[in-house]
Write a protein that binds this ligand. Structure first.
Ligand SMILES: *[C@@H]1O[C@H](CO)[C@@H](O)[C@H](O)[C@H]1NC(C)=O
Ligand SMILES: *[C@@H]1O[C@H](CO)[C@@H](O)[C@H](O)[C@H]1NC(C)=O
Ligand SMILES: *[C@@H]1O[C@H](CO)[C@@H](O)[C@H](O)[C@H]1NC(C)=O
Length: 223
């Protein structure tokens, strides 16, 4: 058992060392996106928006509704989840109280096959025309939630930002005080460490590493 712990530790050290290269706000690209967004708003003399975990969890469910179909985001075949789905499916999946849902005042969605860092996702993917700038600079927003996900832990990568004018302390409230974390994907506001590793099947590499070392140990020590 001690050996199992030792090899897990080796793998954890190896993988946290490689994840460390990424910047740390919290180690979560959705939170980093909210920081970029709020910095941009305050530089334009607009209020900083409350990073609401319930709203952000809905943003992740919103992404999942596309089932990995990038071409249904924008363009001629653009689709968007029905509003009824939000109350009936997304909210319960997140543990958000349906009675606390507030209207969305804006949504920004982007998808591409290449993973980019949050600042690039913001400026190159999400805010790319005057319409999206108008959404970003709307004075009615009070809160925001962001999410990023690959379809099944890999490409294509979807980014979603939802805005609301809800009252920050009683909208998108969570049944148990915490949003239900559903992988793959990361959402903002929950103090949830979710490095982009979670978007790229790194956990599979982790197990491959652990099993690999286990097998080698087996050969060397005849375990
Ligand atoms: C805010 O974002 C927009 C869109 O990416 C960009 O054109 C603008 O330069 C940014 N402003 C600041 C102050 O970063
Ligand atoms: C802000 O909210 C007011 C009142 O609901 C509405 O009339 C107005 O169109 C909204 N502004 C924007 C930019 O959405
Ligand atoms: C919600 O916030 C408002 C304004 O910040 C405050 O007056 C009110 O007491 C708060 N309500 C709760 C339930 O915390």
């Amino acid at each position: 058992m001690a050996k199992l712990q030792w090899l897990s530790l080796t793998c954890i050290l190896f993988f946290s060392a490689s994840a460390d290269v990424q910047s740390k706000v919290t180690d979560n690209p959705a939170d980093q996106l909210v920081v970029v967004l709020n910095n941009n708003r305050t530089a334009n003399k607009l209020s900083s928006l409350y990073n609401n975990p319930g709203l952000a969890c809905l943003a992740l469910q919103y992404i999942k509704a596309y089932q990995g179909n990038c071409d249904e985001v924008g363009g001629p075949d653009a689709k968007k989840p029905a509003d009824s789905e939000i109350a009936e499916t997304f909210a319960p999946d997140c543990g958000v109280l349906v009675s606390s849902l507030a209207p969305f005042t804006g949504r920004l969605l982007g998808c591409q096959s290449k993973y980019v860092k949050p600042p690039e996702a913001f400026s190159e993917l999400l805010i790319k025309n005057s319409k999206s700038l108008e959404i970003l600079y709307n004075k009615n927003h009070t809160e925001v939630g962001a999410a990023v996900s690959g379809s099944d832990g890999g490409a294509p990568y979807f980014w979603c930002i939802l805005f609301s004018d809800g009252k920050t302390n009683h909208s998108f409230s969570l049944e148990d005080g915490v949003a239900k974390v559903t992988r793959p994907g990361c959402f903002s506001g929950a103090n949830d460490d979710c490095s982009s590793a979670h978007l790229r099947r790194r956990s599979n590499y982790f197990w491959a590493c652990a099993v690999g070392i286990w097998v080698i140990l087996g050969f060397v020590f005849g375990l």
